[in-house]
Design a protein around this ligand. Structure first.
Ligand SMILES: [Zn+2]
Length: 334
């Protein structure tokens, strides 16, 4: 098995074949992440001794939970056309974590819930029970050849009784050495699949960064220095406790843009978190942007970016409504 063959096979799996759900992308990402974490020395030793690298289904289930938890609970990315028939992993996540938007990060979820979800995912997606639902482990290596598909255990063998895959060390070496390129490919194809059923902004970035990385917002306190009271409650702003709030939640909009940023007091910002404010505030935001676009250069530039033929007002209202349709909740602010 040379690198060229491994590359062709992997690309074929990711770009062709069945795409009834996104499990194969998640499994591919797991294989890459796992291989990338193994030292070169260890890989070489396994190759020398012709020894497989054993990976328990538990570990794969844990990664599936992390990938899909963010897509479901943080970014509300739809996984298929029929929202009433989501894949098992999404059903499990909804059962355990509820269907409301979760503002807290994954690491703050109760251990008991995480364990419960991991256990169920292992059973229903990878275990014996999965024979009825998903068969992502065996099916992943069904390779399209002409009009038929042939199962070839190129990257791993598997043992359902022992609940583990047996990774071939040459494929681990290949995954590790081509990690960046192959990961980009997987995320691109994964996003391309999700794009067909989603109308949310910055989809690729959301699929890519399941860990939230947010830049500092302090410069916006200066940009909006003319504002002396909280956008929501109108209370006067305490300089030390002025917060910069994303009017349309960051988890939906996924960028820091002046048109969507307001100054608020600590209390309102914490209460609002990653939720939506009442519709009356949408009107206030549009008014604010309208009034200040000529006075604040950064705001003017920011509005220009979303100024479509129908106008930026329409674009903001569209984001607000779409965000609500995606299940972001509304909170009452004074
Ligand atoms: Zn306030």
């Amino acid at each position: 098995m040379d690198d060229k063959y491994l590359k062709q096979t992997f690309i074929s799996i990711i770009t062709k074949g069945s795409k009834s759900n996104t499990y194969k992308f998640a499994l591919a990402k797991f294989l890459l992440d796992y291989s990338n974490a193994i030292t070169k020395q260890s890989i070489d030793d396994h190759i020398k001794n012709n020894q497989s690298i054993l990976v328990d289904y538990d570990l794969i289930a844990n990664s599936f939970l992390t990938y899909f938890w963010h897509q479901e609970c943080k970014y509300r990315i739809k996984q298929n056309y029929q929202d009433s028939k989501p894949p098992s992993v999404i059903k499990i996540i909804r059962n355990v974590f509820g269907t409301d938007y979760i503002p807290e990060p994954f690491k703050n979820m109760p251990k008991s819930k995480i364990n419960q979800a991991q256990k169920k995912i292992k059973q229903r997606v990878f275990g014996k029970e999965s024979q009825k639902t998903s068969q992502v482990i065996p099916r992943f290596q069904n390779i399209r050849e002409g009009n038929s598909s042939i199962r070839r255990q190129v990257f791993y063998d598997y043992d359902d009784d022992a609940s583990q895959i047996e990774l071939k060390p040459e494929s681990v070496k290949f995954f590790s050495e081509n990690y960046v390129f192959l990961t980009k490919l997987v995320l691109f194809e994964w996003s391309k699949f999700l794009e067909k059923v989603n109308t949310i902004p910055r989809l690729i970035a959301k699929v890519e960064s399941y860990e939230i990385k947010r830049g500092p917002l302090s410069k916006y306190v200066k940009i909006f220095k003319d504002f002396e009271s909280c956008f929501y409650c109108n209370g006067s702003l305490d300089k030390a406790k002025t917060h910069v709030d994303h009017f349309i939640p960051w988890s939906y909009i996924f960028e820091d843009e002046s048109w969507n940023l307001v100054l608020s007091c600590e209390k309102c910002n914490l209460k609002k978190s990653d939720s939506l404010a009442d519709t009356k505030y949408l009107k206030y935001l549009i008014e604010r942007n309208h009034t200040y676009q000529t006075k604040i250069e950064d705001l003017r530039k920011s509005l220009l970016k979303i100024n479509t033929q129908k106008g930026w007002q329409n674009e903001i209202a569209h984001h607000y409504n779409n965000c609500q349709e995606y299940g972001f909740s509304k909170v009452l602010l004074s």
